[in-house]
Design a protein around this ligand. Sequence first.
Ligand SMILES: C[S@@+](CC[C@H](N)C(=O)[O-])C[C@H]1O[C@@H](n2cnc3c(N)ncnc32)[C@H](O)[C@@H]1O
Length: 289
Amino acid sequence: MSRKALRDLADDLVDAGSREHYSDAALYDYEYRRRRADVSFYRELARQRLGTGGRILELGAGSGRVAVPLARDGHTVTALDQSAPMLAKLRTRVADLPAAVAPRLAVVAGNLLDFELPKPLAAPYPLVIAAFNVLEHLYTRVEVAACLARVAAYLAPGGAFAFDVQLPDLTWLARDPERRWARTRFTDPTTGRSMLYSTNHDYDPVGQIALIRLYYEPADGGPGPRRIVKLSQRKFFPAELEALVSHAGFRVVGHFGDFSFAPLSAGAESQVLVCERAPIPRRKSPLRR
Ligand SMILES: C[S@@+](CC[C@H](N)C(=O)[O-])C[C@H]1O[C@@H](n2cnc3c(N)ncnc32)[C@H](O)[C@@H]1O
């Protein structure tokens, strides 16, 4: 196989890993039903920055785990994602919202790399968020730059861009890729069948990408669907992340290690960044000394 064919294969694998985990929105919602601290963080941040009702753009909003509570709080939310199943789930949730809340949540299909919002939603936002590892789906420096440029295009002057990604865990990255980890029994929310979940991954320390496999098998070992779902995540080390956002013209005004605004420290699971546009340095006129 040629080098190019190998590279294309690797790219396809990474791309599949940005989609497959989100193909079953009911399972996604079930798996993360207890993840609440981040929702509280983004609600509190929105309250601090916008009061009780402001405009928020959420990138990679998925099925609305964060977007729906924000809209319930009184904010007007534009929720953008590329996954059709996740957006379909979000649209059904919007349809079930009280009549006073539903019009505050707009659902938009788009890609982090090149999204353009339709005219009525295109005015600058005082708060842009990307909650729960969304930026880990930006796999190269060029992709990070492209996404941050889209954020800058829609961020109002004085506005904030907040997001969280995992703090790379060296022990996790070095796990044996042949073993199965985190074995858990659960009931599939769609079929009601008892299933066994496990996972493993390969980590490429050059591209800093983890190719994760999520295994779903019938718990009784009997016949039935066995699925291996791909999930690819780009890992960001803290100083690298600050350099990337700074290179894109942002300054970090908060770099937290959890969702209660505690400082980032060793052992943290997540790194939570709040960024603002850096002031453009004024050039000294050559005539002024
Ligand atoms: C871990 S989920 C987070 C979803 C939601 N923010 C939450 O907190 O539950 C990551 C989301 O990013 C979306 N995503 C991944 N790559 C994307 C891309 N290139 N453009 C737009 N959305 C993307 C996925 O479809 C998925 O909904």
